[in-house]
Design a protein around this ligand. Structure first.
Ligand SMILES: [Mg+2]
Length: 198
């Protein structure tokens, strides 16, 4: 039996917010940090430019500049090479920045060696997977409403939204809840696989 993992990209695999805020701070002479993003609805966060902050999401340079979260590449590679695990990357990203995003994924995980699926669309509940890893609270809620198993990485913009769902701190932490959820699904060998990478 195969465990299929749905994996969101921005905020889960890629740290998009760091280069986004660096560019915004430069453009608007501000000093915002990730901790200031408490909402993920940019018009409600404290951007001086309000809704215009969304435009940064359509800038390929910011996509290219987003680093991988620590451990993400290593753990995902191990998952992809494991016979019992399928990975499906899923993103609602605009098509304007898809080439940048795909180029980053392909350079880290050349598909000749690392098999993965890909879903591009707004409704990630359509991704057919056993567990989904997602950072945006509104998406997590939609998945929970459809009885999907979800793991939510701890980010400043989802801390208050859903205190009772499975959080994980990083891709590597031994006690992290991502691994606890995977174990609760009966995939202890996959938990061990990740722990071997620590
Ligand atoms: Mg995300």
């Amino acid at each position: 039996m195969t465990l299929t993992l749905g994996v969101d990209l921005d905020g889960v695999v890629f740290d998009l917010m760091t280069p986004l805020l660096a560019q915004y701070n430069k453009d608007y002479d501000d000093d915002m940090t990730r901790e200031d993003i408490t909402n993920f609805r940019f018009e409600k966060d404290r951007f001086k430019c309000g809704r215009l902050a969304y435009n940064y999401l359509y800038d390929p340079r910011i996509q290219f500049a987003s680093p991988f979260f620590e451990g993400a590449e290593k753990v995902l590679k191990a998952f992809m090479l494991h016979d019992d695990i399928d990975v499906i990357f899923a993103t609602a990203t605009s098509r304007a920045v898809m080439p940048a995003k795909l180029a980053k994924i392909e350079s880290a995980f050349p598909s000749t060696y690392y098999p993965y699926g890909f879903y591009l669309g707004r409704d990630k509940t359509k991704v057919d997977c056993d567990v989904f890893i997602e950072d945006a609270a509104h998406n997590v809620l939609s998945m929970l409403n459809k009885n999907k198993q979800v793991i939510m990485p701890d980010r400043p913009w989802n801390r208050e939204a859903l205190p009772n769902i499975h959080h994980h701190e990083s891709w590597f932490d031994e006690e992290n809840r991502m691994l606890l959820v995977i174990r609760s699904l009966g995939w202890e060998h996959i938990r061990k696989l990740v722990l071997e990478l620590v």
